[in-house]
Ligand binder design. Structure first.
Ligand code: SAH
Ligand code: SF4
Ligand code: F3S
Length: 435
């Protein structure tokens, strides 16, 4: 039996692709090991969203440049798709380069590798297929990822994803529901629906479900207690999604809705296809929901041409929305993208300054928001135990981390418990087991 090791970078889509790649490899008779050193086949599933992410894989490959005997290296994911055969030049000890749109061909590609082929590639983006696997080796015993839509048809000026993951392809609603049922039978209680833009989902079967219908149906699968989804694109974020969350208690009351900027002028330059006002309309719908919905977002600072006034507009938007959490990034120039050639690039130090200002601003918002939870009782899925602090790690429906103490000795892992919140911080809550 051949051994393999896989390391994954990037987003949850990549993490889940790796679970499916592992399932495919195991089905083909390979055995997974814990370190690259002991493996014959080494896979890196890579991310290219920002320059720093891309550099990681080349650092890893560099480590083995001199001593790669007896090992075969394969680069998967977004850097593989973006750089293609150039990777063979940069790292001659790599034998396979394969983007996510070609994973269905992995079994054939493995045969080529075994035959001693040193330049095996899977780089076509011209596909209508999604990655279907005989088996998926899931890492988390409670929360299962399901990809419902692959690729991206938007063309945000800063983003590599349309070039690395190809066109949007949705899975049929029947296969998503079948997989959800199967997962419930296997003991999973939480499902996370994944896609670069989940709400652009379009059922290719005659049933022709939209995203809200699919979401609601997954939430009605017996045994599934929590359904999450990420990421949503503001343009396709429609009211039925909020109505589904309001009426179906299995749907978690958390929406991740990346805004990127609070300035309509910058949004237009980013080609995001919505204005600040249109985005705020979606926020207003959510705030009007009878069920309190936690809202999180992504922000890019220092997009070419972003003025101090534009940046202030983003800070003001954070105040207006009062996000529960924000992922913020310095704009990074990416190959092939429209923004690469834009003039008016913002100096690195200025981007760093804006990022620090924004993060401190948001930290204060989170301190205030989380303080409101003190005294409440929240249902948590118990995800872990922290030996150092002797606390259980719980996750609320709103996706907040709630660490709690419990006097009893029973194993709470994977159980749903009620926890009384006694303290709060910017990034988490703390409390005690209620029942
Ligand atoms: N499909 C999702 C985004 C996926 S990428 C959406 O449209 O919302 C995750 C996040 O990375 C983006 O939301 C954006 O904030 C950030 N990002 C993407 N390209 C970037 C770049 N060139 N520089 C900095 N951040 C970037
Ligand atoms: Fe990138 Fe925009 Fe597509 Fe999101 S919607 S993956 S930011 S191109
Ligand atoms: Fe990175 Fe590709 Fe995901 S670029 S963020 S791994 S879609």
């Amino acid at each position: 039996m051949k051994t393999f090791y896989i390391e994954t970078f990037g987003c949850q889509m990549n993490a889940h692709d790796s679970e499916k790649v592992v399932g495919t490899l195991v089905t083909e008779g390979y055995q997974q090991v814990e370190t690259a050193e002991e493996a014959e086949l080494v896979f890196y599933n890579t991310c290219s969203i920002r320059d720093k992410a891309e550099q990681k894989v080349f650092n890893r490959l560099q480590q083995f440049k001199k001593d790669s005997k007896g090992k075969t290296f394969a680069v998967l994911g977004c850097v593989a798709q973006q750089e293609g055969e150039k990777i063979f030049e940069k790292a001659p000890h790599v034998s396979m380069v394969c983007g996510s749109a070609s994973y269905n061909k992995l079994p054939q590609m493995l045969v080529q590798l075994e035959a001693g082929n040193k330049r095996v590639t899977g780089l076509s983006l011209d596909t209508e297929d999604t990655f279907e696997t005989p088996m998926t080796r899931r890492d988390n015993p409670h929360r299962a990822y399901i990809t419902i839509i692959e690729g991206c048809d938007k063309s945000c000026a800063y983003c590599v994803v349309p070039f690395t993951r190809g066109p949007e392809r949705s899975r049929t609603s029947a296969s998503v529901i079948a997989e959800s049922r199967q997962l419930a039978e296997m003991g999973y209680s939480e499902i996370m629906l994944l896609g670069q833009n989940v709400n652009s989902y379009r059922d290719p079967s005659p049933a022709a479900w939209d995203f809200a219908t699919l979401l609601d149906a997954v939430g009605r699968v017996e045994g599934i207690r929590r359904v999450r989804f990420t990421t949503s694109h503001p343009r396709d974020f429609v009211r039925p999604i909020i109505e589904a969350i309001a009426t179906n208690p299995s749907l978690c009351n958390h929406v991740h809705l990346p805004v990127q900027s609070g300035s309509s002028r910058v949004l237009e330059a980013m080609r995001r296809s919505y204005t600040r006002e249109e985005y705020m309309q979606r926020i207003a719908w959510m705030k009007a929901s009878p069920r309190a919905i936690a809202i999180t977002t992504d922000v890019i600072v220092g997009f070419p041409g972003e003025t101090e006034e534009d940046f202030r507009a983003t800070l003001a938007l954070l105040d207006e929305v009062e996000y529960d959490s924000v992922f913020s990034f310095k704009y990074s120039r990416r190959p092939n993208t429209h923004a690469l050639a834009l003039e008016d690039q913002i100096p690195e130090e200025e981007k760093s300054r804006r990022l620090a200002v924004l993060q401190e601003h948001q930290r204060q918002i989170q301190i205030r928001r989380n303080a409101d939870y003190v005294g409440r009782v929240e249902e948590c899925l118990v995800e872990g135990f922290n030996k150092a602090t002797v606390q259980w790690i719980g996750r609320t429906s709103q996706h907040k981390t709630l660490n709690f103490v419990h006097a009893g000795s029973e194993d709470l892992l994977g159980r749903y418990v009620d926890v009384r919140v006694t303290r709060s911080g910017p990034n988490s809550l703390a409390g005690e087991y209620a029942h």
